[in-house]
Design a protein around this ligand. Structure first.
Ligand code: P71
Length: 470
């Protein structure tokens, strides 16, 4: 007789199980839909998951941005909001949290990451200057371009190959950067734009050795090194796990050391910092700070609130503290890995190594019959929604947009569909449901034909573009 022996997650991998370092105090009901309802919703949304109503979504993996569950401490902090126009006590609490954990001296709050990107780009870029970075991010590059900058990708080649197992695929290729400096002259480089756990590469980390070497190179040429610290703690986890000498250091220690090699940073606090809205900019240079502090009052709000309510700054200050705890980061990345390991066992192609915040399915490998001009990653996101109501995000040719000089599509090597895991929101059972839906869509891959774009907005087209099936 064949008796089924059930095994826990840990037993399946020959180890003791771990669990999240929290329990659930409040729940939000989820709505399920029929296939017919989803077919209608998808057509109404122009086959773009950004245009779906969230009421029509079952498990929402669009993004990990602003979608985290706040803790009871953060909610309690919301009640301590000091809603003064100027000098809110919550701002000073936030300032202290950023100084303690990121180590920069001068802080400017902003309503979210792109508010900070706008200010730093307008302040630190002169028209015609180059901005080298470790792969583009959509909003970051757009703000650099709107300020007259020319973005140049200087990430290592391995980052563009979804199956390359380099442990630090987010690293800057120092030779590419030096070549750019030699060609254009250091005075024509606005700053080096470094991002931790590079989003568009699949959440790939930068090593401590790489940021140290970058610091030396930038010092030699007197170029500023600025950091997008949006997913810094996830990057610190990978350093702790993979880089010699860091296994015994805490996430907080590694994060602080990493920032210490840079001149300043901006962050979308909607990710690592466990809040639904918020961002900041922080620098060590007083002159640069003065300019930023002056510009923030034009675009965001006074320099002690930057477009945020006092309560939002309080939740952010507490969220920063919670985000730096090792157990939190281990369980967050552990959940992403749990889902990834199921999918890998079933042969589903994805970016490897698996990053910190998401699984990036390799849509090009899923749908070899769909040319990039027919949007394979957008197609995969649509199919996944149809199958189960799971919402994912295209990160391929639609996201890459057009070259401002030629007007042609950017055709990125990576054509990916992102399953982004919100922090502290879904359970292991949700991960199982997601895995089975991805498998069902993958098993039906031969039938996919692709999409055509029927409406294309000028900026950040992926948010509002509309598609029809081919
Ligand atoms: C994500 C987002 C949110 C988003 C942004 C653009 C298109 C689709 C989704 C936002 C980031 C980010 C990095 C590394 C700056 C921002 C902007 N990511 N840097 O991944 O990942 O921050 O959204 O708070 O303005 O879903 P902001």
């Amino acid at each position: 007789m064949n008796e089924i022996v059930h095994k826990t997650m840990g037993q399946q991998s020959g180890r003791r199980s771990w669990a999240e370092p929290w329990k659930i105090k409040m729940v939000e009901p989820l709505r399920t839909t029929s296939r017919a309802e989803r077919e209608k919703a998808l057509v109404d949304a122009g086959h773009n998951t950004f245009l779906l109503h969230s009421d029509d979504v079952y498990i929402d993996l669009l993004t990990d941005s602003g979608t985290s569950a706040m803790s009871d401490r953060q909610w309690a902090g919301m009640m301590l909001g000091d809603e003064a126009y100027a000098g809110s006590r919550n701002f000073y609490h936030l300032e202290q949290a950023i100084q303690k954990h990121y180590g920069y001296e001068y802080i400017v709050p902003t309503h979210q990451g792109r508010g900070a990107e706008h200010l730093i780009s307008q302040t630190a870029i002169r028209k015609g200057q180059y901005v080298p970075g470790n792969m583009y991010f959509t909003t970051t590059r757009l703000h650099q371009e709107l300020a007259g900058g020319i973005f140049v990708d200087v990430i290592i080649d391995e980052a563009h190959d979804p199956s390359n197992l380099h442990p630090f695929k987010g690293n800057v290729d120092l030779a590419k950067l030096e070549a750019l400096i030699r060609q254009q002259g250091a005075a024509n480089i606005a700053y080096v734009s470094l991002a931790t756990t590079v989003n568009m590469a699949g959440g790939q980390p930068v090593s401590m050795a790489n940021v140290k070497a970058l610091r030396e190179l930038c010092d030699r040429h007197k170029i500023r090194l600025l950091l997008d610290a949006t997913r810094l703690v996830e990057n610190a986890y990978f350093i702790q796990e993979r880089e010699a000498g860091y296994a015994g250091k805490s996430i907080a220690e590694i994060s602080r050391e990493f920032c210490g090699h840079t001149d300043g940073a901006w962050s979308s606090a909607k990710k690592d910092s466990l809040v639904n809205i918020g961002g900041w900019l922080a620098v060590n240079d007083w002159t640069l700070f003065e300019e930023l502090r002056n510009l923030v009052v034009v675009y965001e709000g006074l320099h002690t609130y930057g477009g945020l309510a006092g309560r939002d700054m309080e939740a952010m200050a507490i969220g920063i503290e919670e985000s730096m705890q090792d157990q939190h980061v281990h369980s967050r990345i552990g959940q992403v890995r749990y889902l990834a390991e199921l999918l890998q066992d079933w042969g589903i192609p994805m970016v490897l190594p698996v990053g910190g915040h998401a699984i990036f399915l390799d849509a090009r490998a899923c749908y070899p019959q769909v040319p990039q001009s027919a949007f394979p990653a957008q197609t995969l996101a649509a199919e996944l929604y149809l199958d189960s109501g799971i919402r994912s995000m295209e990160r391929g040719v639609v996201s890459a947009g057009r070259d401002p000089a030629t007007g042609d599509h950017h055709y990125p090597k990576l054509e990916l569909t992102r399953l982004t895991i919100p922090r502290r929101v879904y359970t292991q059972a949700h991960m199982d449901v997601i895995a089975e839906s991805v498998k069902a869509v993958y098993d039906a891959r031969g039938a996919a034909r692709g999409l055509k774009m029927v409406y294309e907005p000028k900026y950040l087209r992926f948010f509002q573009a509309r598609f029809e099936p081919l």
